[in-house]
Design a protein around this ligand. Structure first.
Ligand code: G4P
Length: 528
């Protein structure tokens, strides 16, 4: 197969949802369809159980699962599908944001009874900012839930999307009878009381056929015809170009648990979802079909065994062919590196590969060379953009609890920050270090891992910081900027890359600073 065909047949995507909406179940069903696993239950949920905040075994268990399920690749109808796993727990949202930098499209799972939930809103917001093509899957139709039209309304209003249904449910809960596939214009019905088996579905290509009345009852058949007339009247036709540019989102209905609507979703997905897209660098736009290899690190996973300090850096290939044992340029470090055992990931295993194509993810063993956002090329000095850090939500001073272990602590913190577990800020004034995280859980994870992996111990101290604002002076030489730095000197810090950050103590102080220093721009992400 030629290089271009290899790119065209790849679909690299992520599934996002609020915890419990059914992401793990859907992932599993997709893998079953692809023949990548043989039975349900093979994909472990990576959720952290409630109340697990101080249960470190649970955290370690979760880390173990998250490396196993980081990427799940399988073949389906000639397509190579890469599913990138995204943690649902909100304390790990930063990890999910970063994974979204490596996907070419997204499937959003929504629970039919719960509708749009908090975590869905946040994650969809990030996808919308980047115009990532999204498909919505409304799940758990076998349960009593909300009306399909209400839900689509809510998706439009709360998530700011423009939807068009591609399938439509026939009944719901106990009355759930099946799905009308608007995309392929046919009906699939459950037969009998067993809703578990996909084989027991009947295809009907003509909606006006009397067979539909016989199978559904005339009332249900009439209701379906009415619903469809309304749906087709209200919503625009599906437009693949609009979907690809993030202006329209197709909606599917189904039940992942009962395997219903999943085949429709997958068949439409492989057909419409984008093949690997290009990515912007600080020098130029890199297209997937550019011949020379380039890629970037979007995730780093530390070894679970403290005796082996190596880590696995996950690289998304943007262009060209990645080959084993070939020298590539690590742009930030300006050095050539080659990799003797790059890993590719499949549903239940990882294996050493000889070559990989755009859209694929390779796992590279690393002894501390990589951090998130690093670029690899065949020699060109350019850096991929669009892998920003977001302002953390929680901030604490970190102190060394064992003066004999200062070096271990510094190294441990350094490496955990490279992995993206949290962000480190160093105050300009006195060099004190502040750790910022998305969730409070991370502080315990850090403390635990410092102790077990680096033999170092730390304590935390509260610090009244509300948000980290990355500072961009429109004119770094003007008096206004000098004044800003002087007045705010107690709050000025550097992030890990040495960028200037203002650690504001309240929303009010941000507003005040913006009013008083209009030529000093404040950003909530590190890339602007
Ligand atoms: P998540 O990864 O998004 O957090 O959700 P997950 O797939 O783990 O699903 C959450 C719960 O919802 C699970 O039940 C799962 O079985 C159930 N579920 C998923 N899809 C459907 C569906 O289409 N219909 C119904 N009725 N339930 C569904 P659980 O009791 O929490 O876990 P388990 O013990 O069944 O694994």
């Amino acid at each position: 197969m030629g290089y271009i065909e290899e790119i065209k047949r790849r679909r690299t995507f992520g599934i996002i949802s609020h915890p419990d909406a059914g992401k793990t179940t859907l992932t599993e069903k997709l893998l079953l369809f692809g023949g990548a696993i043989q039975e349900a239950g093979a994909v472990k949920s990576n959720k952290i159980k409630k109340g697990a905040a101080s249960d470190f075994m649970e955290i370690e268990r979760q880390r173990g699962i998250s490396v196993a399920t980081s990427v799940m690749a399988f073949e389906y109808k000639g397509y190579k599908i890469n599913i990138l796993d995204t943690p649902g727990h909100k304390d790990f949202a930063e990890d999910t944001y970063r994974t979204l930098t490596a996907v070419d499209s997204v499937i959003v799972v929504i629970d039919v009874a719960k509708g749009v939930e908090e975590q869905t809103e946040k994650l969809v917001g990030v996808c919308r900012m980047r115009n990532i093509p999204m498909i919505v899957f409304i799940n758990k139709l076998d349960r009593e839930g909300r009306d399909a039209f209400d839900l689509m309304d809510e998706v439009e209003q709360k998530l700011g999307l423009k939807v068009t249904p591609m399938s439509f449910p026939i009944g719901m809960g106990a009355d759930f009878k099946g799905i009308y596939n608007i995309w392929e214009k046919n009906v699939r019905l459950f037969t009998g009381s067993n809703k578990q088996r996909i084989e027991e579905t009947i295809k009907i290509d003509d909606l006006s056929s009397g067979e539909l009345d016989e199978l559904l009852s005339s009332r249900s058949a009439e209701k379906l015809r009415e619903d469809l007339e309304l749906a087709l009247g209200i919503y625009p036709d599906f437009d693949v170009e609009k979907y690809l540019s993030g202006e329209q989102q197709p909606v599917f209905f189904g039940s992942a648990l009962n395997n219903f609507g999943v085949a429709e979703l997958l068949d439409a997905f492989v057909e419409i979802a984008p093949s690997p897209r290009g990515k912007e660098t600080d020098k130029r736009m890199v297209e997937a079909d550019d011949k020379s290899f380039s890629g970037f690190v979007f995730k780093i996973h530390a070894n679970m065994d403290p005796k082996h300090r190596d880590r696995l850096a996950f690289v998304k290939i943007v262009s060209g062919v990645f080959r084993r044992n070939v020298n590539y340029l690590h742009v930030r470090q300006g050095k050539m590196m080659k990799f003797s055992s790059p890993n590719a990931f499949f549903a239940e295993k990882k294996q050493v590969i000889e070559e990989s194509f755009p859209g694929d993810i390779v796992g590279l063993h690393d002894t501390g060379n990589f951090k998130i956002g690093d670029t690899l090329t065949e020699g060109e000095t350019m850096n991929f953009k669009g892998i920003p850090a977001f302002s953390p939500e929680h901030f604490r001073y970190v102190n060394n609890a064992d003066p004999m272990k200062a070096k271990q602590l510094a190294k441990g913190i350094d490496q955990l920050m490279d992995e993206g577990v949290a962000q480190l800020f160093t105050l300009d004034l006195n060099g004190r270090k502040i750790i910022g995280t998305v969730g409070a859980l991370q502080y315990e994870v850090i403390q635990y891992r410092l102790e077990h992996e680096y033999n170092a111990s730390c304590t935390y101290e509260p610090v009244p910081v509300y948000k980290a604002c990355w500072v961009e002076p429109m004119d770094p030489t003007n008096d206004e900027y000098a004044d800003f730095l002087r007045v705010k000197s107690r709050f000025m810090a550097r992030d890990k890359d040495g960028k200037q950050v203002f650690l504001a103590d309240s929303a009010f102080s941000i507003t005040m600073a913006q009013e008083k220093y209009p030529t000093v721009r404040l950003h909530f992400t590190s890339e602007f």
